[in-house]
Design a protein around this ligand. Structure first.
Ligand code: COA
Length: 183
């Protein structure tokens, strides 16, 4: 799979096994996992397994999160992109089969608008290239940054429900509503 998306300041490409050290740095950081179930990883083998799982998704589901690179430095900053959650493996409350938009960056790259910038390109990719009808988003209620981003890029708040001892806000954006904002 040769995914390649470019924005003003970022490049998004497929995640590679060679990203393992960067993925370990990202996912072993408790600050990054504060609103992700508070369960950071401990070993590089776990980072390697996460990359392998995403690469399997590229092949089996046609999509998965993209490695995100800061153009000015060439550094891997984290990932951004779409995931097809399948009812067999991943569920979120009563949600069983859905594409969700997500992002996860190293703290040194927060606060620069990178999540917003990458997500705008990802929505475009989802609706234009993948021809999706609906893109969803979920964020723990306390995750102020993520809730702000989902709203800013046009997703509509739908409902709130408990998930793994936290409350989650659920958002959706329909193709026709996205098309309206583009016209
Ligand atoms: C969520 C995350 C990707 C945001 O990345 P980012 O590149 O810093 O996000 P952006 O700069 O594009 O936008 C963040 C927005 O939230 C706002 N924000 C951030 N923290 C905030 C806070 N504590 N209170 C109020 N607003 C806040 C910012 O002001 C910004 O909005 P603005 O552009 O209108 O000013 C990053 O914090 C991260 O990787 N967190 C860990 C993983 C995670 O929680 N992922 C999301 C799971 S749902």
């Amino acid at each position: 799979m040769h995914f390649f998306l470019e924005t003003e300041r970022l490049i998004m490409r497929e995640l590679l096994i060679t990203d393992v050290d960067d993925m370990f740095e990202l996912d072993s950081n408790p600050e990054v996992h504060k609103y992700l179930g508070k369960n950071p990883i401990n070993t590089k083998a776990q980072a390697e397994a996460a990359i392998a799982f995403i690469r399997t998704q590229y092949l089996e589901r046609g999509i998965g999160r993209f490695a995100t690179i800061e153009k000015s430095s060439g550094n891997f900053i984290g990932w951004s992109g779409l995931k097809l959650n399948t009812g067999e493996i991943e569920t979120l409350g009563t949600k069983k089969e859905f594409y969700d938009i997500g992002y996860r960056f190293m703290p040194k790259y927060w606060g620069k608008g990178y999540a917003t910038e990458s997500s705008i390109a990802v929505l475009d990719y989802g609706f234009q290239n993948l021809k999706l009808d609906l893109i969803c988003g979920a964020a723990e209620t306390g995750n102020t940054a993520s809730n702000a981003i989902l709203q800013k890029i046009g997703l509509q708040y739908i409902e709130q429900f408990p998930y793994e001892s936290e409350m989650v806000n659920w958002y959706e954006l329909k193709k026709e509503d996205y098309a309206k904002t583009m016209s």
